[in-house]
Structure formats: structure tokens, C-alpha cells
Design a protein around this ligand. Structure first.
Ligand SMILES: Cc1cc2nc3c(=O)[nH]c(=O)nc-3n(C[C@H](O)[C@H](O)[C@H](O)COP(=O)(O)OP(=O)(O)OC[C@H]3O[C@@H](n4cnc5c(N)ncnc54)[C@H](O)[C@@H]3O)c2cc1C
Length: 717
């Protein structure tokens, strides 16, 4: 026992000194040094380029978190009970507000900084940013964008967490189909109040983040009823729990949804209303109002249009989810790439040293495309969020070009879906690429996987959301086919102007060198989208003309698989490649362009490789070109392998934030893991139930029970 303690003390010391030297970046020496030496660039130079104008801000924010004991949790915190995790989360939320990383003036000057803060907090704890964002972001934005002057008085209280608000749209029986929501808000002219009511338990507002235990207010979406007229869904500011004792108001039944697959420090809840009265002024009345006398006033004649316009300002949620997914992708890859470079298995012969697993082609092929995706998505995200904020800015000074709104909607919908899916797959692959150690909770890949998961569902289920992009693409194609101009202020569908040329074209590729040219890659990516859209159009038409009684709704649904869904993904991937290319062309640090260009080619070819069958259907590529494409992906994986450790160093959070013994920048995977496991409380504890392991079991003493069921089962047969 004494010997074990001595080993632990020794390893603790060694691991701690390694960890502290790693804080300022990648540690010198150690198992990863040879890979760092092979890379063509300095990670810090890359980090400076990627972080751009936020480089110093991010450094200072990380340093602030690292000096705070609250942000230096012991590893066992990953296994906190739900109750303790939530308690911890409220302390963290309060601390973040105390630091006030951004002021109103900062936000006014550069709103992108809000996303930087959110992503940085996510790298520490995936639930923390949504917890803060739901109240200080989404709830506050509802009051600003959907409400009027009378609702703004709540903002200072939201900023200090005195009011914690949530967003209650989804009900037990409906989420995606918002038209089917059942909660009602009936106007009572005599008292000048709305009466909120849940007509059935199916109308219970469900899944609402922060509602389980934290929130005291909610923006509730309910059908506005005046007399016998239903005006459709409208937002209401609704007090849920008292400010004095945090108990629900009479008429409000509010509860907690319990354990989830992840994000358990965030309390999702439900609420039902029983003839619950709220003042007329509770209606968030920017776009529609009810006069004291009960007259309904709105500039929209159509309830669906009104609802669309009401939610439009919240579309930034999808953009921010691209950033959250990207943050998780970076963390997962930092862990799996560093581990793969440090972990050794097998050698060609007994007298040769074992190889790091990253040297195996299969491991490279599983991980390197995700490293490329991480960089490609990063540049796309910077571009997308930049346009999102400038659109918001223009909206302040007048109506925004509807074509821009439509294009941003298509981009953010497919962007959220594609970023979420890539990250989901990358985390799972990372888990498997770390073998058994990837399965230890303390190494964090399981937590990342489970916490990232709901990004695929909230703010719109990915498979439903991406259909909005398909609709946009089909409309754009219809414009082209009918001789109308393609409306594309951001240029993402400008390629459709060459639709006919693209469809008849062949890929001009003769050598591996051709496959590294962005124009050649983009030609294939645009062809793929155009071809899939053409096929979708043909399929839709043939279903409609089949003579069977098929409506547009059914035809649309029967054209999703292989066509519309695939076209939307292909479109977004082409946008990612185009934006990555544009970023590389204008990268001020010329020395980085080489490695970034390899990542671009790898990302594009990897995505095309998954669709070789589609590219072959109409002979856009030949069989030889398909083989060349596959070989080039492997060649690029091999080249990127030598850059990979530095590439993840440039995007990884500091070790104490990444919180993964096998993912630390010193690469001392065994020392770090051994130290973590053996110093975790309970490691050497005798099981409290040890006495129940005795006496020996009386084998078969209850066999008669099973026999009786066996007999009954065979006689009933
Ligand atoms: C962690 C978490 C937090 C959340 N937070 C909030 C919150 O704060 N406030 C809030 O109001 N809501 C919240 N939600 C709810 C969330 O917004 C909804 O769950 C989401 O919009 C999906 O809707 P749904 O659950 O109705 O899925 P459904 O639409 O029922 O989807 C079920 C399945 O059917 C498929 N499907 C549905 N329609 C189609 C179609 N037309 N074509 C093909 N396939 C289809 C979907 O792809 C999915 O696979 C949260 C959810 C989660 C998981």
C-alpha cells in the first residue's frame, strides 16, 4: 500500500509539472515532440490566424478561467450527480456574469464576441453556454425583438440573473409541427387579461431548457383566442415562479424532466397552465397586438407568416449551434489525434520499435478527414456568422432584402445540420480511435458525445430543418428553368446560373495534381448539387404525373431520400469548400497556405468520395478518376498526418479546460491517466457492499421459480 502511495505521489508530481508547462501551449519534448517537429508551421501562428481579432481576447478569457478555482474542478466532477452538477452550474453561471467578459458597448461594436464567449465556455462545459444563452441570449432577445418598450424594463434584471427566463414552444405531443400546438391564451375583455390554459396533458410545454428548476419567467407560445376566433401562435411573457420563494404561481404546474442522455447540469422542464391569468401587456406585441377592448391588430393577414416573422430574429440560434458543434469537434480531435500520436501498438519485427497508431493508414483515414473538416467548418462559420450579424445590423435601419433572408435561412439550416452530423461522427470515431481508454469517462469523449448530441435536435431537428434548404434550392432551380435570375446575394447558389452547362459537363482530371485544384474540386461539388437537384425535379414530376392520387406533400416526402436531402447536404458542402478557398486566398500568413490547401483538398475529396456512385451515375467521372480520387484521399491523409498534432494544438483549449488525461498536450498519456485514475476518490476504497459477497451462493436454490415459468410457457405454445 505504501509503495502504491509513493508511486502515486511521484506520478502526481510528474504529471502536474507536465500539465503546468503545457498551459501556455504545447509542451516541449515528450512523446509528441517528433510530430511537432515534422509540421510545416507553428501552432501559435495558426491560432493567431484563426482567432484573428479575438486572439488576445480569447487568451485573456482562458487565463481568467484558469486562475479561478471554480473552473479548476477535480476530474471526478465529470461524475457529479445531477443535483450537484446543477448546483455547480448555477455557481458557474453567476461567476461568468461577475467577470462580465463583454459589455453592452463591446457587443454593440462587435456582436460576434458573444459567440466567442459562448464557444469558449462550451470548451470548458458543454452545458454552460446553453444555460447562459437560453436566458441572457434567447429569452432576452425575445423581449427585444418580439416585445415593445414595456418589455425592455426586464433586461437589466435578466443581465444580473435576477430574472432567469426560458423559451417554451415545444409541447409533449408536438415539436417540429408548430401549427399543431394546443396551449391557448384567451382574451378576457372584462378584466383585460389573457387566460393561459393547457387543454390537455398533451399540450404541456415540454423540453424547455432552464424551466425544470431555474427559471422564474418564460416566453410561452400559445394560440391567441379572442371570442371564437383563433389568431394562431403568439409569444407571451409569463411569470412561472415567484421572485420571493421560487415557488410556482397558482395555476402553474411546473416540473423537471429528469435525467437526459447528456447536458445534465441544464434543467429541462415542463409546464402546464390551468386558467392562469396574465395581464394584457404580457403579449409580446411588436408584430401583433390586442387593444384593451379586445380588437386584434396585426400587419400580417396570415397566421403562419406572422409566426415566421416572429421567430425570424432567433435564426441566430442555428448559426451559434454551428459554433458549438465546432468547439466540440476541436476538443474531440485534440484528444484523439494527440493520443493516436502517443499510443504505440505493433511493430514490423521484434527488434523494431512499436509504431504510434497514427502511423497506420486506417487510423489516418479515420481521423485526418475530420481534422480537415474542423478547419473547413471553422472558416465557413466565420463567414456565416459575419453575414448573420451584418444582416441583423441592416435590419435595424430598414427592411432587409428578402432574398438575403431566404439565403441565410437556407445556409444556417443546412449549416447546423452538416456541422452537427460531422461532429457527431467525429466524436464517435475519436472514441473508437482511442480504443479502450476512449471509453473512460475521465478522458471526456463520452461526455462530449452525449453533450453534443442534442445539437442535432434542438432549434429544429436536422432532418426536418435541412428540408428548408431543399425548398430554397428547388425554388432557385425553378427560377433558372423559367428564365428568371437566381437570387443569391451571398453567391451560394450563383452556380445554378450555369445549370445546363454543369449537367452536361465532365470532370477535367488527369492526375493527382488536378485533384488539388480548388476550381476542379468546386466543379465536382457544384455538378453534384446540380445533378441531385435535377434528379429530384424529375422524380417529383414523375410522382405527380404518375396518375395516382398524389399531392405535393406526399411527392415531396417521397423525394427526400437520395435526392432532396442529399442535394441540400451537397450544396452546403460546396459552400464550405468555396468559403474555405476564399479564406485561404486571402490568408495574410502566406506560410500557412500550404497546409490549409491540403486540408481543403482532403475535405472536398473525402465528401466527394462518399458520393462516387452519384458522380458515376451520369458519367461525370470515369472509373479511373474514381480510383484516383480514392488514392488521393489516402495520400493526403498521409501528408496531413505529419501536421496533425500541430493542427490540433492550434485549435485545442488549454489542458485544464480540455480536461482529458489522454488528450493533454504533453502526450504523457499513461502517466496522466494512471495519475488521474489512482487519485480519484474511491479508487482504493473497499466496496460498501463487500460483506454481501459472502457466504457462497446456494446454487439453484430458486431454480423452481424459473422451471414453473418454463413449464407454463411450453404448455401455452
Ligand atoms: C436537449 C433539448 C433541449 C430543448 N430545449 C427546448 C427549449 O428550450 N424550448 C423548446 O420549446 N423546445 C426545446 N426542445 C425541443 C426541440 O426543439 C424539439 O425536440 C425539436 O424541435 C424536434 O422536434 P420534435 O421533438 O417534435 O421531433 P419530431 O418532429 O417529432 O421528430 C421525430 C422524428 O421524426 C422525423 N420527422 C419529423 N417530421 C418529419 C418530416 N416531415 N420528414 C421526415 N422526417 C420527419 C424527425 O427527423 C425525427 O427523426 C429541446 C429539445 C432537446 C432534446
Amino acid at each position: 500500500m505504501e509503495r502504491v502511495s509513493a508511486i502515486i505521489r511521484h506520478l502526481t508530481f510528474e504529471a502536474q509539472s507536465a500539465a503546468s508547462s503545457a498551459q501556455s501551449g504545447a509542451a516541449a519534448g515528450g512523446p509528441l515532440a517528433s510530430y511537432r517537429a515534422k509540421s510545416s508551421f507553428q501552432p501559435e501562428t495558426m491560432r493567431r490566424y484563426l482567432d484573428g481579432r479575438f486572439y488576445e481576447f480569447k487568451k485573456a478569457m482562458y487565463a481568467t478561467l484558469l486562475q479561478d478555482p471554480l473552473f479548476r474542478l477535480p476530474i471526478a466532477e465529470l461524475e457529479l450527480s445531477r443535483k450537484d452538477a446543477r448546483h455547480q452550474a448555477i455557481r458557474l453561471m453567476r461567476r461568468v456574469i461577475e467577470y462580465q467578459f463583454v459589455t453592452e458597448a463591446d457587443l454593440e461594436q462587435d456582436p460576434m464576441i458573444a459567440l466567442i464567449v459562448s464557444n469558449l465556455l462550451t470548451s470548458f462545459d458543454v452545458s454552460l453556454a446553453p444555460k447562459l444563452f437560453l436566458s441572457c441570449g434567447m429569452f432576452a432577445q425575445c423581449l427585444v425583438n418580439m416585445g415593445t418598450e414595456r418589455h425592455l424594463k426586464y433586461l437589466p434584471m435578466i443581465a444580473t440573473l435576477e430574472i432567469v427566463g426560458c423559451f417554451a414552444l415545444t409541447e409533449l405531443a408536438h415539436g417540429s409541427n408548430v401549427r399543431a400546438m394546443m396551449t391557448t391564451a384567451t382574451y378576457d375583455r372584462t378584466t383585460r387579461e389573457f387566460v393561459l390554459h393547457s387543454p390537455s396533458y398533451l399540450a404541456t410545454k415540454w423540453w424547455v431548457g432552464l424551466l425544470g428548476q431555474t427559471a422564474n419567467y418564460a416566453v410561452v407560445f400559445a394560440r391567441l383566442i379572442i371570442g371564437d376566433k383563433d389568431h394562431g401562435l403568439h409569444p407571451f411573457l409569463v411569470p412561472i415562479r415567484t421572485m420571493s420563494d421560487h415557488m410556482p404561481f397558482p395555476g402553474v404546474t411546473v416540473g423537471d424532466l429528469g435525467s437526459k442522455l447528456g447536458q445534465n447540469s441544464l434543467d429541462n422542464g415542463f409546464v402546464a397552465f390551468n386558467q392562469y391569468r396574465i395581464p394584457r401587456e404580457s403579449l409580446l406585441n411588436r408584430l401583433a397586438d390586442v387593444t384593451p377592448e379586445g380588437e386584434y391588430v396585426s400587419q400580417f393577414s396570415n397566421a403562419d407568416r406572422l409566426f415566421g416573422a416572429t421567430l425570424a430574429p432567433l435564426s441566430g440560434g442555428r448559426v451559434s449551434i454551428v459554433g458549438l458543434a465546432l468547439t466540440n469537434l476541436r476538443s474531440a480531435l485534440a484528444i484523439s489525434v494527440r493520443y493516436s500520436a502517443a499510443r504505440k501498438q505493433f511493430s514490423p519485427s521484434d527488434n523494431v520499435e512499436e509504431l504510434p497508431v497514427i502511423e497506420y493508414q486506417l487510423q489516418q483515414y479515420r481521423l485526418m478527414p475530420y481534422v480537415a473538416a474542423c478547419y473547413a467548418l471553422d472558416r465557413f462559420y466565420v463567414w456565416l456568422s459575419g453575414h448573420h450579424f451584418s444582416q441583423l445590423q441592416s435590419a435595424r435601419s430598414g427592411p432587409v432584402d428578402p432574398a438575403l433572408v431566404a439565403e441565410m435561412h437556407a445556409l444556417s439550416s443546412a449549416g447546423k445540420a452538416v456541422a452537427g452530423w460531422i461532429t457527431r461522427d467525429a466524436i464517435q470515431t475519436s472514441r473508437e480511435c482511442c480504443g479502450g481508454h476512449g471509453y473512460s469517462t475521465c478522458n471526456r469523449l463520452g461526455v462530449l458525445r452525449d453533450d453534443n448530441d442534442p445539437n442535432l435536435t434542438y432549434e429544429g431537428d436536422n432532418n426536418v430543418l435541412i428540408q428548408q434548404t431543399s425548398k430554397f434550392l428547388m425554388t432557385s432551380l425553378r427560377n433558372v428553368m423559367t428564365g428568371k435570375p437566381v437570387k443569391s446575394p451571398l453567391g451560394s447558389v450563383a452556380f445554378l446560373e450555369q445549370f445546363s452547362t454543369l449537367i452536361g459537363s465532365k470532370w477535367a482530371v488527369e492526375s493527382e495534381g488536378d485533384l488539388l485544384k480548388p476550381a476542379v474540386l468546386l466543379h465536382a461539388m457544384h455538378y453534384r448539387t446540380a445533378y441531385l437537384l435535377q434528379e429530384a425535379g424529375t422524380k417529383l414530376q414523375s410522382i405527380m404525373e404518375s396518375g395516382k392520387d398524389v399531392d405535393t406533400f406526399s411527392a415531396w416526402n417521397q423525394t427526400q431520400v437520395h435526392y432532396l436531402h442529399a442535394a441540400a447536404k451537397a450544396y452546403l458542402e460546396a459552400v464550405i469548400v468555396a468559403q474555405f478557398d476564399a479564406a485561404i486566398q486571402s490568408c495574410p500568413t502566406v506560410s500557412l497556405r500550404g497546409v490549409l490547401s491540403k486540408l481543403l483538398a482532403l475535405f472536398a475529396l473525402w465528401r466527394l468520395e462518399g458520393d462516387i456512385a452519384v458522380l458515376r451515375e451520369d458519367d461525370f467521372i470515369t472509373g479511373q478518376q474514381a480510383k484516383l480520387l480514392k488514392e488521393t484521399v489516402l495520400a493526403l491523409c498521409l501528408q496531413v498526418k505529419d501536421e496533425a498534432v500541430s493542427l490540433v494544438d492550434a485549435v485545442a483549449p488549454p489542458d485544464q479546460i480540455l480536461f482529458s488525461p489522454i488528450g493533454r498536450s504533453d502526450g504523457e498519456v499513461y502517466k496522466n491517466l494512471y495519475n488521474t485514475v489512482t487519485t480519484t476518490p474511491g479508487c482504493f476504497e473497499r466496496a460498501p457492499w463487500w460483506a454481501e459477497m459472502h457466504p457462497p451462493v446456494e446454487k439453484g436454490s430458486k431454480r423452481a421459480v424459473f422451471d414453473s415459468y418454463l413449464k407454463a410457457a411450453s404448455s401455452s405454445h
